[in-house]
Design a protein around this ligand. Structure first.
Ligand code: NAP
Length: 458
């Protein structure tokens, strides 16, 4: 795959980049390793100052950073600005909380372990490789980088090959804020070069956000090397609507949860599982709202849905819909790609799904919603849990006991009640099953790439 920025709204190549050769990769790994030595001796308050300075720079540059995102991967421009500002927020969050999240803990009564003093401290691991996807080209990276740098680790970024301008922007951001040179470095390499970097003794751990296939490959190398890995992979999140729900609010949120980022979000609601008592009313509202969306140039502020990021991604979504239709699914809205001009796919709603359709079990990475009608909450959970994924989930019900029951029963890394899944710096984020392992964000996120070192003093 060439390393290139291609505008998905037009299919035109904006710029191609020459991959770093072995010598440059070695130079950058060495720089990151040296920076890790320097960074671990700095104080939290020093790192926080640099992190806040980098956040200020990013915020001041929000418009041009957002344009890079939209031009490279087609997200509506207002959402790109939102992504950039969310990064700055996350950077400030970790600047403020890293020290308390990683504070030493002392055993209240050390005599139980025959010590005068005992407890644990969190220490950085060193250089962490980050393999990242194109769908949130700034947020996915900063979600990792802010806690990593605040913990005293350094980062090497292997970004998706279709977002090199985002990758190069992030290459210098933290350095500009004041972090030692090499604290965060981009490697312009293809996916075939990842294993060699991870096998390098100077690289201590890896985080990957991306597809299941990429996760398996990187986790295998990490396993072979006995290096810590965090995997944030795909999802096919359920969005359950029960009879007590506010249907108008549920349908409005359902649309937002499905079409944000042009439908290309791991935690997008993808399967809409609706109780039979409210199925017809919800389906009508939801279909009408999906049909009313504006599709077009993502640079246009009025557009709700832009193109998919790549031609192959658009073709995969079309294949899933075609497969379902060929096997008897009903198309309530959308259902076929326009013939010309960019990699667009219209907001689509499918009903009448059967288990032999690929869309039932696979991840639909585009603005396509599947509707399921269920008799009761047990059937809702059975369908919700039937995929191999377990990232997040949403359930709409005003019955408090039912809310608790769903929180308990859903096989996912998160359950959002009467709302949609959103990642917040303050809450842990991650999945179970084929959606991966490990957590990002909150205290759990910063601790993933630390050595929890126990101390015992006689
Ligand atoms: P992808 O093809 O897996 O690419 C992600 C990253 O992995 C890219 O940098 C890619 O590099 C690299 N890569 C691909 N195959 C690899 C391999 N065999 N070895 C090492 N690196 C490899 O995924 P994508 O299409 O960009 O992103 C969409 C997927 O990411 C979806 O499944 C989505 O649900 C998931 N995702 C998950 C989360 C989460 O937090 N759980 C968040 C966002 C996205 P190249 O570009 O050079 O191939």
């Amino acid at each position: 795959m060439p390393i290139a920025s291609v505008n998905p709204a037009t299919g035109e190549t904006i710029e191609t980049f020459v991959a770093h050769d072995d010598a440059e990769v070695q130079r950058r790994i060495a720089e990151a390793a040296d920076a890790a030595e320097a960074l671990r001796d700095t104080t939290y308050s020093q790192r926080a100052e640099w992190m806040k300075a980098a956040a200020d720079l990013l915020e001041a540059d929000v418009d041009s950073a957002a344009q890079i995102i939209t031009r490279e991967m087609g997200k509506p421009i207002a959402q790109s600005r939102g992504e950039v500002l969310k990064c700055a927020k996350n950077m400030r969050y970790y600047a403020e909380h890293a020290e308390s999240f990683l504070a030493a803990e002392f055993l209240a009564d050390p005599s139980v372990v025959t010590a005068a003093e005992a407890g644990s401290v969190w220490q950085p691991l060193g250089v962490v490789l980050a393999v990242m996807p194109w769908n949130y080209p700034f947020w996915q990276v900063v979600r990792f980088a802010a806690p990593a740098l605040m913990a005293g680790n350094t980062g090497l970024l292997k970004h998706a090959s279709n977002v090199p301008q985002s990758a190069l922007y992030l290459d210098t951001l933290f350095e500009k804020g004041g972090f030692p040179v090499g604290s965060f470095r981009t490697l312009l390499i293809g996916s075939a070069g990842v294993a060699t970097v991870l096998e390098d003794a100077r690289v201590k751990a890896v985080t990957l956000t991306g597809s299941e296939q990429a996760g398996r490959s990187v986790a295998a190398t990490a396993g072979q090397q006995i290096k810590k890995a965090v995997l944030e992979l795909g999802g096919s999140d359920p969005f359950i609507v029960m009879p007590s729900a506010d249907l108008e609010a549920a349908a409005t949120t359902a649309v937002k949860a499905r079409i944000g980022n042009n439908g290309q979000s791991c935690v997008a609601a993808k399967r809409f599982i609706v109780h039979t008592d409210v199925y017809d009313a919800f389906a009508e509202l939801f279909a009408a709202k999906m049909a009313a969306l504006t599709v077009g140039d993502p640079m246009d502020e009025a557009v709700d849905v832009g193109p998919l990021a790549t031609e192959s991604g658009r073709d995969e979504v079309a294949e899933l819909v075609d497969d379902a239709v060929a096997k008897g699914a009903r198309v309530l809205v959308g259902g076929s790609a326009p013939k010309s001009g960019g990699w667009y796919y219209p907001p689509t709603v499918l009903a009448g799904l059967t288990d032999d359709m690929r869309v039932v079990l696979e991840e639909t990475f585009g603005p396509v919603a599947s509707l399921y009608e269920v008799a009761d909450r047990e059937e809702a959970v059975k369908i919700a849990n039937q995929t191999t994924f377990g990232l997040s989930s949403a359930v709409w019900t005003t019955d408090a006991a039912e809310q608790d029951w769903f929180v308990d029963q859903l096989d996912a890394g998160a359950v959002f009640v009467n709302g949609m899944t959103v990642s917040y710096p303050e809450l842990p984020f991650g999945g179970v099953k084929a959606s991966g392992y490990g957590r990002e964000l909150a205290a759990a996120g910063i601790r993933e790439f630390c050595n929890l070192k126990t101390f015992w003093k006689a």
